[in-house]
Each structure stands twice: as C-alpha cells, then as structure tokens.
Design a protein around this ligand. Structure first.
Ligand SMILES: Cc1cc2nc3c(=O)[nH]c(=O)nc-3n(C[C@H](O)[C@H](O)[C@H](O)COP(=O)(O)OP(=O)(O)OC[C@H]3O[C@@H](n4cnc5c(N)ncnc54)[C@H](O)[C@@H]3O)c2cc1C
Length: 89
C-alpha cells in the first residue's frame, strides 16, 4: 500500500474501521432523547421517549448488524400494532 506522505508499507491483512454517525436527527427534532453517542433511547418495546414514536436498528444501537436491525424492527412493528387503537368492523 502506498501513502502520499510515507514510504510504501506491506500488510498481511487490512480491516477497515469505517466509523459511523448516528442519523438520529429526525427523532431528536420530534423530541426524542439520545444517549451520549447520539443513539435514540428506546424501551423494551422500541418506543422512544416520545409516546408513539418507535425506532430500530443502527439509530438505537451501536451493534450495527443486519440481523440486529431486523429483530429491532420486528419488535417495534409488533409494539406499534399493539399501540394503535383497534378498528375491527
Ligand atoms: C460498509 C458497511 C458494511 C456493512 N456490512 C455488514 C455485514 O456484512 N453484515 C451485517 O450484518 N451488517 C453490515 N453492516 C451494517 C448494516 O448495514 C446495518 O447495521 C443495517 O443496514 C442497519 O439497518 P437500519 O435499517 O438501521 O439502517 P440503514 O440500513 O442505514 O437504513 C436507514 C435508512 O434511513 C434513511 N434515512 C436516514 N435519515 C433519514 C431522514 N431524515 N429522512 C429519510 N430517510 C432517512 C437512510 O437513507 C437509510 O436508507 C454494514 C454497514 C456498512 C456501512
């Protein structure tokens, strides 16, 4: 690998640590509270600190994996379903 300001280096392996910015701005604008890294705070039902506002995935957790986001989404969707008023006819 060659750098602009250093001599070429040789590596056996390279692991990219991309970092991440939590995109919680929309939730924050709606009044939801965040933790120290900017992730939206949610309860066990994935409800934020604003009743009726739910969040899932990278915006609530620093364990950034597809399966985690999917599981969060399943919990949030079920919670939303139960939160909504019944409208059976
Ligand atoms: C380079 C890279 C490689 C990865 N590799 C893996 C892997 O191999 N395996 C794995 O399990 N995970 C991997 N991940 C992590 C995985 O992609 C995430 O954990 C997962 O996509 C999170 O899903 P999400 O729905 O929470 O967020 P996202 O998939 O990021 O979806 C959020 C969506 O919301 C949209 N959005 C944000 N703000 C707004 C707004 N204000 N208005 C409207 N839309 C908005 C964004 O554009 C985006 O489409 C990788 C991530 C990266 C960056």
């Amino acid at each position: 690998m060659e750098f602009q300001s250093a001599a070429p280096r040789t590596f056996d392996r390279i692991y990219v640590a991309a970092g991440c910015k939590v995109n919680s701005g929309m939730g924050v604008k709606l009044g939801a509270r965040c933790d120290s890294v900017g992730a939206l705070i949610v309860d066990q039902k994935h409800c934020t600190t604003v009743p009726g506002l739910y969040a899932a995935g990278d915006v609530v957790s620093d364990l950034h994996q597809l399966c985690v986001a999917e599981a969060h989404g399943a919990v949030a969707a079920t919670s939303i379903h139960r939160f909504l008023p019944r409208n059976f006819r």
